[in-house]
Ligand binder design. Sequence first.
Ligand code: NAP
Length: 282
Amino acid sequence: MKVLLFGAGGQVGWELQRSLSPLGAVQALDHQAGDLEATVVPLINDTRPDIIVNAAAYTAVDKAEVEPERALRINAGAVGEMAQAAASLGALLVHYSTDYVFDGSGVGAYRESDATGPLSVYGRTKLAGEEAIRASGCRHLIFRTSWVYALRGKNFAHTILKRARSQDRLQVVDDTFGVPASAELIADTTALVVHRLLDVPAADQADLCGTYHLVPAGETTWHGYATFLIETARSLGMPIRVAPRCCRILAIRGGLLGELVNKLATVRRGAVSGSWQLRAEA
Ligand SMILES: NC(=O)c1ccc[n+]([C@@H]2O[C@H](COP(=O)([O-])OP(=O)(O)OC[C@H]3O[C@@H](n4cnc5c(N)ncnc54)[C@H](OP(=O)(O)O)[C@@H]3O)[C@@H](O)[C@H]2O)c1
């Protein structure tokens, strides 16, 4: 089994290098080796992978507002090319998307079938990437996730803990809800689902392909998340300057991903569950 991984240097891509390796030979391309601003088709056709995993993306949400064309090329144009190439080769395409495809006005957790309505350039380009995959007809898994954190890379958790060491007070908004998701959880779930999917007879795989929300259970606000991080760091004896009472983490929600996991009968539910707080504390 040949796996071609784009975005190997990112938070999720880095963890995928480890989690995908039991599936077969993984060719891992970082930004330089697999630049989505250039055409990706020759790279794919040279490798002729069985599985293409795309963890590369233009993820600078604010900067995308002033670089919309670049964000569109990376998040949608290149993704469409990958999907067309996957369809021609009969390869499976695994791709990641975001809660930014929604407008945020809903109450409670979004379902996969809920209407999209991105409000930002980043959200619109990520939705265009999803649509290009669906239009290509390739076998695909699109995992929408949110608030990714990892030991490696830039993320909210690193920023808050750095500031909490040097500032007396922190101001963090509490009107935006989301679910912190570890890159490790995303990568492990990806590998498990792909492994089980490939065990299913080819004729039945199409029914299982599609778009899934991949986040742990629960939800929090940026303020709740920051408070959790600071309190956990303090309890672990890390030097924290910010005053007490400033944050918490998450488990995979049921939803369609839960159903997929159940359909792939040999996968234990527990393999993709656990609260975000437990995972973050680890
Ligand atoms: N981060 C989040 O909170 C979050 C939330 C929801 C969904 N997602 C989605 O989850 C996926 C993985 O995100 P992540 O957190 O792992 O992002 P990340 O850490 O920002 O990694 C993205 C990777 O893509 C690379 N990249 C950027 N432009 C590229 C290009 N033109 N060609 C090739 N590679 C390029 C980046 O390289 P450089 O560092 O060199 O630019 C980086 O290694 C993405 O699809 C993202 O949209 C992320």
